[in-house]
Design a protein around this ligand. Structure first.
Ligand SMILES: Cc1cc2nc3c(=O)[nH]c(=O)nc-3n(C[C@H](O)[C@H](O)[C@H](O)COP(=O)(O)OP(=O)(O)OC[C@H]3O[C@@H](n4cnc5c(N)ncnc54)[C@H](O)[C@@H]3O)c2cc1C
Ligand SMILES: NC(=O)c1ccc[n+]([C@@H]2O[C@H](COP(=O)([O-])OP(=O)(O)OC[C@H]3O[C@@H](n4cnc5c(N)ncnc54)[C@H](O)[C@@H]3O)[C@@H](O)[C@H]2O)c1
Length: 456
C-alpha cells in the first residue's frame, strides 16, 4: 500500500500544474496516467498542435487579403510540412512530461486509476491510500445519438491526417469545427467542400450572437458552408463516401466526418459513486475551491463541471493546490471566480470575448450601455484588407466593463487589456486615458476609438 499525501489522476495541464505546486510546498505527490502518451490533450492534440495549422492558415488568408496591396502570389501550402513540424513538437511531449515530473520529485505511475474503496485508489495492482485525491482526467468526445456515429473521426485523428479529404463535414458548430474549417479551407481544401453541421439555430453558443453573425459572413466568404437547425438521424458508409441523413429528409455526402459536437468529462471508469462524488454529464460537481462532494477529493480541468479551457484548467489546479495547503494549515480556502474567463476562437478573423454577452445581460436584466462597430474601415484593417472586423464593449452604470467582444485578425492583446480593466475595476474614462499612449499604430491603439462613444 502506498501513502502519498496527494494522488493526482491525469497528467494533462491541470494534473501537472497541481502536482508542481504541491511538490514545491513539500508534499509527497504521486501522479497517475493511463495513456502511453502522457502530457494531456492541450499539448498532444489540442491547443498546441492545432496552432501549427492555424499559423500557416493565417499567413495564407492574410496574403489573399493583401493581393492587390503588395502581394502578387499567395503562398503555396504543404500540409505534410505543417504536420512534420507539429509532430516534431508533439513527439517530445510524452518523454518530456515524464522527465519533468520525475525531476521535480513527483512520483509517476503508469496505469488506469480507479476508486476501489472509500479511501483507496487502485492502479494496476497497487493500492494507494492518499490523504487527498485530485481528479484531473480531462474530457473525451461525447457519444452522439444517431446510427453510424462510429464513422466520425475525433479531432485528434483529424490533426494527424496525412492529407486533407476532398469533402469534409464537421459535426457540431462549436470551437473545434470552426477552427478546423477555417484552417482546412486555407490549407488546401476547395471552397464549398467544407461543411459545418449544427443542430441548434445558431453556432458558437457561448459567444455574442451579433458577433457570431459577423464571423459567419467571413466564414461563408472563405468558402465554408454552415448548416444550422440540422439534426442528423444517421450516417451510412457508401461507395461514394459517408452519407449523412438529416431529420428534414435531406442528405449530404462527405469523405470525412469529424466530431466537433462537444466533449464530456472522462470519468465513467473511475467508480466515483463508491466515494460519494456527485457528477452529471457536465462533469464532477465542485465548489469554488475545487472540492467535490467528498471533502477529500478535488476535481480540476475538463473533468470538472466548469469551463473546458486550458488556462482555466491551470487556474483550477492552482486553486486546488492552494486549498489543500490552506486546509492543512487551518486557513481559509481560496475561491475561484469565472467572471473574467477570456476565450479566443482561432478562426481568421479570430473572435475573442471576456465577460458577458449582450444576450446574457438582457436575460439577466442587467442595465448596460454599449459601444460597438462592425466592418471597421480603420487603417489597421484597410492595410490588411480585412473588412469583417468588429467590436462590442458593454459597460455598467459605473462605467465598468461587463463584457467585451472583438472580431479581428489578432484579438488576444485587446482582450487581455480589457480583461485587466475588468479585474481592476478600471472605469472607462480612466481606461481611455491610459490607452492614449499605447504603442501606435497597432490593434491595441485602436482601443480609444472603441471607447470614445462611452465617454459621453
Ligand atoms: C482540438 C482541441 C483544441 C483545443 N484548443 C484550445 C485552445 O486553443 N485554448 C484553450 O484554452 N483550450 C483549448 N482546448 C481545450 C484544452 O485542450 C483543455 O481544456 C485542456 O487540455 C484540459 O486539460 P486537462 O488537464 O483537464 O485534461 P487532459 O489534458 O485531457 O488530461 C487528462 C489526462 O488524464 C488521463 N486519464 C484519464 N482517465 C484516467 C484514469 N482513470 N487514470 C489515469 N489517467 C487518466 C488522460 O489520459 C489524460 O492524459 C482544445 C481542446 C481540443 C480537443
Ligand atoms: N480556442 C479554444 O479555446 C478551443 C478550441 C477548441 C476546443 N476548445 C474547448 O473544447 C470544447 C469542446 O469543443 P467542441 O467544439 O467539441 O464543443 P463545443 O461545445 O464548442 O460545441 C459543440 C457544438 O455542437 C453542437 N452539437 C451537439 N450535438 C450535436 C449534434 N448531434 N449534431 C450537430 N451539432 C451538435 C452544439 O450545439 C454546439 O454548438 C469547447 O467547449 C472548448 O471549451 C477550446
Amino acid at each position: 500500500m502506498e501513502h502519498p499525501d496527494v494522488l493526482i489522476i491525469g497528467t494533462g495541464t491541470a494534473g501537472q500544474s497541481c502536482a508542481a505546486d504541491l511538490v514545491k510546498a513539500g508534499y509527497r505527490v504521486m501522479i497517475v496516467e493511463h495513456s502511453d502518451r502522457p502530457g494531456g490533450v492541450c499539448a498532444l492534440s489540442g491547443c498546441q498542435p492545432k496552432k501549427w495549422f492555424y499559423e500557416a492558415a493565417e499567413t495564407v488568408a492574410r496574403s489573399h487579403h493583401l493581393q492587390g496591396k503588395g502581394i502578387t502570389v499567395p503562398p503555396s501550402v504543404s500540409w505534410e510540412q505543417i504536420c512534420a513540424a507539429k509532430n516534431e513538437f508533439t513527439d517530445q511531449v510524452p518523454g518530456d512530461t515524464v522527465k519533468n515530473l520525475k525531476e521535480s520529485g513527483i512520483e509517476f505511475l503508469q496505469g488506469m486509476a480507479r476508486f476501489t474503496g472509500p479511501e483507496t485508489v487502485t492502479v494496476n495492482n497497487t493500492v494507494i491510500r492518499p490523504r487527498y485525491t485530485v481528479v484531473a482526467t480531462g474530457a473525451i468526445p461525447m457519444s452522439l445519438p444517431f446510427a453510424g456515429s462510429k464513422y466520425l473521426a475525433s479531432s485528434s485523428e483529424f490533426l494527424d491526417l496525412k492529407t486533407l479529404p476532398g469533402r469534409l463535414a464537421l459535426v457540431g458548430g462549436g470551437f473545434i469545427s470552426f477552427e478546423f474549417a477555417h484552417f482546412a479551407v486555407r490549407l488546401g481544401m476547395e471552397p464549398g467542400s467544407v461543411h459545418i453541421i449544427e443542430t441548434a439555430d445558431r453556432p458558437l453558443g457561448p459567444f455574442d450572437a451579433e458577433m457570431v453573425g459577423y464571423l459567419l459572413e467571413a466564414t461563408r466568404e472563405a468558402g465554408i458552408q454552415v448548416h444550422t437547425n440540422h439534426s442528423i438521424t444517421g450516417v451510412e458508409e457508401r461507395e461514394s463516401g459517408y452519407q449523412v441523413a438529416f431529420e428534414s429528409g435531406e442528405t449530404m455526402t462527405a469523405d470525412m466526418l469529424v466530431h466537433g459536437a462537444g466533449r464530456i468529462a472522462d470519468i465513467s471508469d473511475l467508480n466515483l459513486d463508491t466515494v460519494g462524488v456527485a457528477h452529471s454529464p457536465r462533469g464532477i460537481e465542485v465548489n469554488r475551491s475545487m472540492v467535490s462532494t467528498n471533502p477529500d477529493i478535488y476535481a480540476i480541468g475538463d473533468c470538472a463541471a466548469t469551463i473546458q479551457l486550458s488556462r482555466v484548467a491551470d487556474f483550477e489546479a492552482h486553486i486546488a493546490a492552494e486549498a489543500i495547503i490552506a486546509r492543512d494549515a487551518n486557513k481559509e480556502s481560496p475561491l475561484i471566480n469565472y467572471d473574467t474567463v477570456p476565450a479566443v476562437l482561432f478562426t481568421y478573423p479570430q473572435l475573442g470575448m471576456v465577460g458577458k454577452t449582450e444576450d446574457a445581460l438582457r436575460e439577466e436584466q442587467i442595465q448596460y450601455r454599449k459601444s460597438s462597430g462592425s466592418h471597421l474601415d480603420w487603417p489597421t484593417y484597410r492595410r490588411v484588407g480585412m473588412h469583417h472586423a468588429a467590436y462590442k464593449i458593454l459597460v455598467d452604470r459605473e462605467d465598468k466593463i461587463l463584457g467585451a467582444h472583438i472580431l479581428s485578425d489578432n484579438v488576444s492583446g485587446l482582450i487581455a487589456i480589457l480583461r485587466q480593466a475588468m479585474l481592476s475595476g478600471t472605469p472607462i474614462p480612466e481606461l481611455y486615458r491610459n490607452s492614449i499612449m499605447t504603442p501606435y499604430p497597432s490593434r491595441e491603439s485602436d482601443l480609444i476609438y472603441m471607447l470614445k462613444s462611452l465617454l459621453d
